[in-house]
Write a new protein. Structure first.
Length: 311
């Protein structure tokens, strides 16, 4: 269906027809087929188990797409609600409120503190919106440049793992990626060290990636996989214990598969829990914001009405 993908498939087919291995044919498209796919296919071709490896890869890709879809679907409503909150407050403060301000200024009444603050805020936004927009854009550019540095990425990824509500979800998603990738790599016949290296590319967090690097170094020096995982702070004790059991019993491949199955249940459950808390929280924030603006408008109107009744 995708014309670009059709061209890629045709190029791979021609390369294989000309005697190239599937691994080398895929290597011509590194942006589409990453190290994980190349490594799995290489292992499948070497062991003569390519069909089974491709089935594992298909399942892995389906899991990735499913996880992405779950997160996007869960975020749609909170995102729309957040946009609605910001839009409502901006419209009230910059368009609706100034019309009332002109009425208030013609009346000889003392405005409450909230109304005076809102008048100042509205005037400030309308007078300086170009400067504010420029500052926001510049802060966005600086932030992107900061994230490209090693230190910036480290600080941001560390912060993400300890965010209220979202921290536990982000960590579970990262561990789930690790477990699925490690399981798929081991099932494909890839050795432990190479499998860990592939996991580093997909976990999506520098803190966990750095811990995997340390684990790899320890395994390379002859330490057991279980002991190597023991000092990794971001890996839950459950993962460490199950890796140890799998390594000791010689069933590491099956044990890691069970870890991935466990997180298949945990991630959707945590997504639902996080957004079940977030949605009413956003509604409360929206109520407070809109209520503050409404209070600042209607209290002076009420005072004007009282003044009119007295006269």
């Amino acid at each position: 269906e995708d014309p670009r993908m059709r061209i890629v498939v045709e190029d791979i087919y021609r390369a294989i027809e000309q005697g190239s291995s599937l691994e080398n044919a895929l290597k011509a498209f590194p942006k589409i087929f990453g190290p994980l796919y190349i490594g799995a296919v290489r292992s499948g071709e070497t062991t003569g188990n390519l069909a089974e490896v491709l089935r594992y890869l298909t399942g892995y890709l389906e899991w990735q797409a499913g996880l992405r879809s779950q997160i996007i679907q869960a975020m749609i409503y909170p995102t729309l609600l957040m946009v609605a909150i910001i839009t409502a407050i901006i419209v009230l403060v910059t368009f609706a409120f100034p019309k009332f301000v002109s009425i208030f200024k013609t009346m000889n009444i003392e405005l409450p503190l909230t109304t005076r603050f809102l008048i100042w805020f509205s005037d400030f936004i309308r007078a300086n919106w170009k400067i504010l927009l420029f500052v926001i854009v510049m802060l966005g550019v600086i932030w992107k440049l900061f994230l490209r540095t090693q230190k910036g990425r480290y600080i941001f990824d560390k912060l993400k793992l300890h965010l209220p509500l979202f921290g536990i979800l982000i960590k579970k998603v990262c561990i789930s990626r690790f477990a699925h990738t490690f399981s798929m790599a081991l099932r494909s016949g890839i050795d432990v060290l190479r499998a860990l290296e592939l996991c580093r590319h997909v976990v999506g967090n520098k803190i966990i990636r750095d811990e995997l690097t340390i684990i790899m170094e320890k395994v390379n020096m002859g330490e057991s996989l279980a002991n190597s995982f023991r000092d990794a702070q971001e890996f839950p004790p459950l993962v460490t214990r199950m890796v140890g059991v799998g390594e000791t019993s010689g069933t590491l491949e099956d044990t890691v598969a069970k870890i991935s199955q466990y997180y298949d249940n945990e991630v959707p459950k945590t997504i639902n829990q996080v957004f079940a808390v977030m949605e009413p929280l956003l509604i409360v924030i929206m109520g407070i914001g809109v209520g503050f603006v409404a209070f600042s408008i209607f209290i002076p109107i009420f005072n004007i009405t009282k003044l009119a009744q007295l006269h």
